[in-house]
Design a protein around this ligand. Structure first.
Ligand code: ADP
Ligand code: MG
Length: 348
């Protein structure tokens, strides 16, 4: 064969690799918000404030009061495949929300990003700037303890992706949904979301004195009416634990958008779980009606693979049947009991 006529096989340079990968991790402003807020949660923040201008298309800013970073850590934080969260390459026992070390590098590859941070106990803040994958040296900055990341002009470096961004209103709504889900899973953390003029979403930390912190946080996000129409769900089977609150059939909605599912504290959108919910309610609801619920499933680390999807929205279970069975039976049990209570109240 004529080797000279064959096409060259070349390694992609790092900036190109990052821009390609960024497309998987950061699909839209809401996915950048998710990554940044998850980092703040992983950093142990007690309060997280998010500002989005133009639906996040021109500015996404996330400020937290978490552990912060020292100067030497900043270049690593924005480097691809660098993380403080994966211990000894153990992909099984993942406790943090992050672990892939891709988010900051990906965002920095397609936007203009500034990471400013001051480590707890340190008196100096430092800032590092990344623009289209180009990383500057850290510079002195001013900030209280914690981290503030701002991302401007998302996707300016990838014009094809830029064109796929929806209206500011749609992007803002998506980001709000992301924040609501994370706030449900973290009742001790304060969250705000602002559009630069006013706060549009706020979740105050639920005091420990309150009987059920989780229900209080859900009520704050989903409304008092949800609380008055929700059944408590609590079930355990073979090391799996399910808890949460599920709306009565009479409190149903016309779409399935109001189902909030979590696995080990991680918001997920999983077909298996959604299917189990549908199965449980099928005798109680017309086909075009959907329950409102928030379910938190806790499983052993080696029972679930959270590494299936770059954005970590989908998970894979070792025994899907067991998960489905637990959810269906816990929901059906609660629904049957509620029905029984209602019947005896009427009769009595
Ligand atoms: P991952 O979260 O998977 O580790 P990221 O790219 O999201 O990857 O973040 C890289 C690293 O930067 C994290 O492992 C963490 O050490 C640091 N970091 C990112 N955001 C914050 C933050 N808000 N507070 C403190 N450290 C942070
Ligand atoms: Mg992360």
């Amino acid at each position: 064969a004529n080797i000279a006529a064959l096409p060259d096989i070349r390694r992609l340079d790092e900036r190109t690799v990052n821009r390609i990968a960024a497309g998987e991790v950061v699909e839209r402003p809401a996915s950048a918000v998710k990554e940044l807020v998850e980092n703040s949660i992983d950093a142990g923040a007690g309060r997280i404030d998010v500002v989005l201008e133009d639906g996040g298309r021109t500015l996404i800013q996330v400020t937290d009061d978490g552990c912060g970073m020292v100067r030497e850590q900043l270049p690593l934080a924005v480097e691809r495949h660098a993380t403080s969260k994966l211990k000894n390459g153990d992909l099984v026992h993942i406790e943090a929300l992050g672990f892939r070390g891709e988010a900051l590098a990906s965002i920095g590859a397609v936007a203009r990003m500034n990471v400013t941070s001051r480590a707890q106990g340190s008196d100096a803040a430092w800032s590092i700037r990344v623009e289209g994958g180009q990383v500057d040296a850290p510079a002195p900055a001013a900030l209280g303890a914690g981290t503030c990341i701002d991302v401007r002009d998302l996707f300016y470096a990838t014009p094809a992706r830029l064109k796929f961004m929806k209206t500011a209103r749609t992007e803002y709504a998506q980001a709000t949904d992301v924040l609501r889900r994370l706030a449900m899973a973290h009742p001790d953390t304060a969250f705000t979301l602002s559009d630069g003029r006013r706060v549009t979403f706020r979740a105050e930390p639920v005091a420990n004195l309150v009987g059920n912190a989780r229900l209080e946080r859900l009520a704050a996000i989903l409304g008092r009416e949800f609380r008055d129409n929700a059944l408590e769900i609590l079930a355990e089977r073979e090391g799996l634990r399910l808890e949460g609150f599920a709306g009565l059939p009479t409190y149903s909605r016309g779409n399935a958008q109001h189902q909030y599912l979590f696995v080990n504290g991680r918001p997920v959108k999983d077909r298996l779980l959604a299917g189990a919910v549908r199965g449980a309610y099928q005798d109680y609801l017309a086909r075009d009606r959907h329950p409102v619920l928030a379910l938190f499933l806790e499983v052993p680390a080696d029972f679930v693979d959270v590494n299936v999807h770059p954005a970590k929205a989908e998970v894979r279970f070792r025994d899907a049947g067991l998960v489905r069975g637990l959810i269906v039976s816990a929901l059906r049990h609660a629904l049957a009991e509620a029905g029984h209570r209602a019947a005896t109240t009427v009769a009595g």
